[in-house]
Design a protein around this ligand. Structure first.
Ligand SMILES: *[C@@H]1O[C@H](CO)[C@@H](O)[C@H](O)[C@H]1NC(C)=O
Ligand SMILES: *[C@@H]1O[C@H](CO)[C@@H](O)[C@H](O)[C@H]1NC(C)=O
Ligand SMILES: *[C@@H]1O[C@H](CO)[C@@H](O)[C@H](O)[C@H]1NC(C)=O
Length: 483
């Protein structure tokens, strides 16, 4: 059946998936007569604040996010390579979205280089002793190395930027802080990081400038299936919103929203899960210390998921974080996991277990006197939307044709901000990119080895995660928080 554009589209959520989808819809000729509305709960900064999209505890609002084509999966490596041309401002003139600026301009993108490493012993533990095959950090780094080399065949300038790092000393030489981590890996000098919050603000301004998108600040409390095969969206102010097509792009809030409201059969239960990840910002003590870390690459240890991102030119903070299985926060026993953030509790800090791990990374990666033991300037729990394979979910609901889901970022979607909206709209039009035909499809609840369906089976096994699955946020917080 040929695609006929809906008269109205409602997007719930204005993070990476929601905002980029609104932007792509406003550019797409086939949607020229479609009304586009975006609803987001905001941060409580007041009705008049037109910049409060998305809410400040969205995963996309942060000082920095890694921008890399370094992927174990070639489909994402290729898509990230496409996105990177936008970050660098090197897309063909015909594909430019703006004549005088680009998303990575104005210091929003820094090509610092990225060192990815893993530990050789990791490969021996490939099945974790459990007999089940499990992808490891070393698997991820090896596949990623092969994929970026394949990209370099098409782009010879990239090949000069790839350097294998065969041992701890080679890693130390490129990290440049005196520290080293892992036993094997490589440097991709063509990767880097973006100022996430500033990049989101840039996209928001562009969307607002089109005049095509109505922004509504309200908290969505319920989705109800309606007679039109779509959903009626209930807001906390008692009002409702409806559209021919509703796109749920609520990131880590998706599990609780869709699971609770549409009933178990129609829910995403078992398909995705909110997981909290530890992030901390280390204050830099002096100009000298700033100079020591300002030129360092991003360093990512895929055996543990620990990584460090260098400071921006005008910032005095180093970011350290852990890409791990994360903390879950079930609303009730076996119920969906839901984010708990600094907007829920301004005093929220990370559990001691996570803080200790971050300090371990600092000791190895940035061993400057006193730095690893210094009190953090701030900490944060960043909420991922994890899927079992780390693939996104970009698809129509199986039995509600007026409901579409675009989420499942699994902690790696931010870099796709310049391109993901167009891919979502392609999927809406029934033109899902071939490489993602299976990967982005709606999946019904998975079952674990014992055959019980349920959300506890949602553990991302793409080889990139550190620590262990199943830590409960409140158990860890009860042990001790670290300010
Ligand atoms: C939009 O509406 C105008 C005026 O009715 C019509 O000429 C045009 O073909 C429509 N465009 C699309 C993409 O439906
Ligand atoms: C990097 O990974 C290896 C392998 O697990 C581990 O021994 C090392 O301590 C890790 N370092 C950091 C900082 O994560
Ligand atoms: C999710 O699935 C599990 C296991 O079947 C069940 O116990 C739980 O109640 C479900 N949660 C929701 C919100 O449907």
């Amino acid at each position: 059946m040929p695609f006929s554009p809906p008269a109205s589209v409602l997007i719930i959520g204005s993070g990476v998936f929601g905002l980029s989808t609104a932007e792509a819809l406003s550019r797409r000729p086939s949607f020229a007569n479609t009304t586009i509305t975006v609803v987001d709960r905001g941060s409580g900064s007041g009705e008049g604040d037109e910049n409060d999209f998305p809410a400040r505890d969205a995963a996309s609002i942060d000082s920095s996010r890694i921008i890399r084509a370094d992927y174990a999966d070639p489909a994402y490596a290729t898509l990230a390579d496409e996105a990177q041309a936008f970050w660098r401002g090197t897309v063909k003139p015909a594909d430019r979205r703006s004549d005088d600026d680009y998303i990575g301009g104005g210091g929003r993108y820094t090509e610092s280089g990225l060192v990815v490493v893993a530990d050789a012993s990791d490969i021996q533990n490939a099945d974790g002793g459990s007999g089940k095959s499990k992808k490891t950090g070393m698997y991820y780094v090896r596949e990623s190395w092969a994929n970026v080399q394949a990209l370099a065949v098409q782009d010879p300038s990239l090949s000069q930027k790839l350097h294998e790092l065969p041992d701890a000393e080679a890693i130390r030489a490129v990290v440049g802080t005196g520290g080293t981590t892992g036993d094997w890996g490589y440097l991709n000098a063509a990767s880097g990081w973006a100022d996430a919050a500033a990049s989101m603000a840039w996209v928001l301004r562009r969307v607002q400038a089109t005049g095509r998108v109505r922004f509504v600040r309200s908290k969505v409390t319920l989705l109800e299936a309606n007679d039109a095969g779509a959903v009626t969206v209930r807001l906390d102010n008692g009002q409702t919103l409806t559209a021919d097509l509703t796109i749920v792009a609520t990131g880590a809030w998706t599990e609780s929203l869709v699971a609770a409201d549409l009933g178990e059969k129609r829910s995403l239960n078992g398909t995705l899960s909110a997981t909290g990840q530890v992030v901390a910002y280390v204050p830099l003590a002096s100009d000298d210390e700033h100079a020591r870390v300002a030129g360092m690459p991003v360093v990512l240890n895929l055996s543990t998921g620990l990584f460090v991102i260098p400071p921006a030119k005008n910032s005095r903070e180093l970011k350290v974080a852990r890409h791990a299985y994360g903390y879950i926060n079930p609303i009730k026993e076996a119920g969906p996991s839901t984010p708990y953030t600094h907007l829920d509790d301004p005093k929220l800090a990370i559990p001691e277990e996570g803080a200790d791990d971050l300090r371990r990374a600092l000791r190895q990666m940035v061993p400057l006197p006193g730095l690893a033991d210094r009190p953090f300037a701030r900490t944060r729990i960043c909420w991922y939307t994890d899927t079992p394979t780390g693939d996104f979910v970009v698809d129509y609901h199986p039995d509600l044709k007026g409901l579409f889901v675009a989420t499942g970022g699994s902690g790696h979607a931010f870099k796709f901000l310049p391109v993901i909206g167009d891919k979502v709209v392609d999927c809406i039009e029934g033109q899902r990119p071939k490489a993602f035909a299976e990967k982005w499809a709606w999946r019904t609840a998975t079952t674990d080895a014992e055959g019980t369906p349920g959300r506890t089976t949602v553990v991302t096994e793409d080889g990139s995660r550190g620590d262990r699955p199943g830590r409960l946020l409140w158990d860890e917080l009860a042990k001790k928080e670290v300010a």
